[in-house]
Ligand binder design. Sequence first.
Ligand code: FES
Length: 123
Amino acid sequence: MTTQTDPGHWQVIATTAQLDLPRPLLPVTLRGKPYVLFRDDAGALGLIGRHCPHRGADLCYGRLEDNGLRCPFHGWHFDRTGQCVEQPAEPEGSKMFTQIKVPMIPVEEINGEIRALVPEDAQ
Ligand code: FES
């Protein structure tokens, strides 16, 4: 017996023009869950959980840098996959960041629309 997972469905969440901002970052709610949509400094899109797993800061106020988003409170840095890639206040050599990830939803941009692949059980 095989088990199939639901691949989800593509849903338009914004237009390219909506993200054409000095800070290309928008709050998005999908299936009642908060996310932040952003375009990184290389032009690639990311859609990750909106609240930092450290103390819950709103990543919509984060800083766009190094192909990701840095939390405005204590500087944890997340890439477009939602993976934490840096924790500035941790001791040198700490790898704790490798255990930390926020939810991520795949996105694509086609003909001026930004679409997200929303799973039925979006986190
Ligand atoms: S609340 Fe985000 S790094 Fe502390």
